[in-house]
Design a protein around this ligand. Structure first.
Ligand code: ADP
Ligand code: MG
Ligand code: MG
Ligand code: MG
Length: 418
């Protein structure tokens, strides 16, 4: 255990725990005996409890000293809760209500107490059910644009980013997960990979594909070296909670200072996988064709909105920053040249995003952490059909990036067979 006081909370312990935090527990109303507590952990790593009282609800998230889905045989540093809390604090001024309010961090128990999101549901679950939440792409684009602009060298003296690096460079346990599970294991023989029998030949061909591994090496080196901005680090449809009216980004425990395209690409990857999986789901709220029309439009909407917001934050920025000194670009010629630089920066983000998108698809098909979009297809031979198609698409993006010069090219490459 991480320290002598640390103990793993169960649902039965949570009311007494919150009673010890009267300022926060006041949000619940009533007495501990009136509170109900539900264990809702469905992520890979942590314990999560939802508590309801007569006046309101709270969410209590505790880092366990191991990977929840793997058990005690896979130890994991509990300080991830500190990094999730610190990330939330750092980006709150930029993203506002697009993230849940954080009420408390317990540095001994590695517990975060935050706003209970209700009736919000996890976007991935909504997508599997065939529901469309039209605000999500633009809300997440606004979130990523603000977080990736205001924590970058474009919006502050470099000392500000250095301070973030001093904190988040210590989040090595979760960065190790990304390095191993995203960039390494899918291209190697690893006990952690969960390759189904129908995909064995795909996995073997990926392990033997030196061109692919060279492209993935570019991606991993970009992840390791391109310190552009503070990232969420795990920004997929399982880290987004939605209603028809609201979007909230949760679960920032993988935070790092890294390439801004990592979050962008991760978000798009999970829309692409939803695209491939959808025809194999039980028919949900919407037909496959209509659902896919929504996904295609949403992928374009997300990128276009991100680009517009990021550029408008940058164009409107009047403070001191070391990335693009305004004094170097005065007058009409300077303004035009600054705009050229801004557009080149965003074009780089797009290329990085596609590279990371592809890596994120491959790791979700061949690697350890599989996703429900595919897993709900119970017959592995059937599941392998959309998974193999997604692998082929990801490989194409990594090997032939010049074919994917804009977001329309990505959407155009998604097959229509419905
Ligand atoms: P993990 O790090 O283990 O993936 P998450 O932060 O993703 O944990 O949370 C796991 C689950 O708990 C989410 O999928 C969601 O269903 C629920 N959850 C997390 N945070 C909240 C919240 N603030 N309000 C309501 N439910 C939440
Ligand atoms: Mg999660
Ligand atoms: Mg996760
Ligand atoms: Mg998590």
């Amino acid at each position: 255990h991480p320290n002598a006081d640390y103990r793993i909370l169960t649902a039965a312990d949570v009311p007494a725990y919150l009673a010890g935090l009267p300022a926060i527990a006041g949000r619940l109303g009533g007495q501990p005996a009136d509170w109900t507590c539900q264990d809702v952990a469905d992520g890979n790593l942590n314990s999560v409890f939802l508590v309801d009282g007569p006046a309101g609800g709270l969410c209590v998230k505790q880092a366990l000293p191991y990977v929840r889905v793997a058990g005690e045989s896979w130890p994991m540093d509990v300080s991830r809760a500190f990094f999730e809390f610190s990330y939330g604090q750092r980006i709150a001024p930029f993203v506002g209500r697009l993230a849940p309010a954080i009420h408390h961090f317990d540095a001994a128990q590695f517990i975060i107490v935050m706003e209970k999101l209700s009736p919000h549901i996890i976007l991935r679950r909504a997508m599997i059910a065939g529901e469309h939440h039209p605000r999500v792409p633009e809300d997440v684009a606004d979130y990523v644009a603000a977080a990736s602009f205001y924590t970058s060298d474009l919006a502050a003296p470099f000392e500000s980013k250095a301070a973030d690096q001093a904190i988040f460079a210590r989040n090595t346990a979760l960065q190790r997960i990304s390095v191993d599970l995203v960039f390494t294991d899918p291209y190697a023989v690893s006990e952690r990979n969960r390759i189904t029998a129908p995909l064995e030949a795909w996995a073997a061909s990926f392990r033997a594909d030196i061109d692919l591994k060279a492209a993935v090496t570019r991606a991993r080196l970009t992840y390791l070296t391109r310190a552009q901005s503070l990232l969420h680090g795990d920004l997929h449809s399982g880290s987004i909670m939605v209603t028809q009216a609201e979007t909230r980004v949760i679960d920032g425990e993988f935070a790092l200072v890294g390439p801004s395209g990592f979050d962008i690409g991760n978000f798009i990857a999970h829309y692409v996988m939803a695209w491939y999986a959808k025809p194999f789901h039980e028919s949900g709220a919407t037909s496959v064709g209509v659902f896919r029309d929504h996904l295609a439009a949403d992928i374009v909407l997300f990128w276009d909105r991100f680009e517009a917001r990021f550029l408008s934050h940058w164009r409107g920025f009047a403070g001191a920053a070391d990335g693009l000194p305004a004094s170097h670009f005065s007058g009409p010629a300077g303004a035009a040249r600054a705009e050229t630089l801004r557009r080149a920066y965003v074009a780089d983000l797009f290329r990085d995003a596609l590279m990371f998108m592809a890596c994120k698809i491959i790791r979700r098909v061949l690697g350890f952490a599989q996703i429900a979009d595919f897993l709900v297809i119970t017959d592995e031979a059937v599941r392998a059909l959309p998974q193999a198609a997604a692998l082929a698409f990801a490989r194409s993006v990594l090997l032939y990036p010049e074919r994917y010069g804009d977001i329309a090219a990505i959407v155009a490459a998604l097959p229509r067979f419905d």
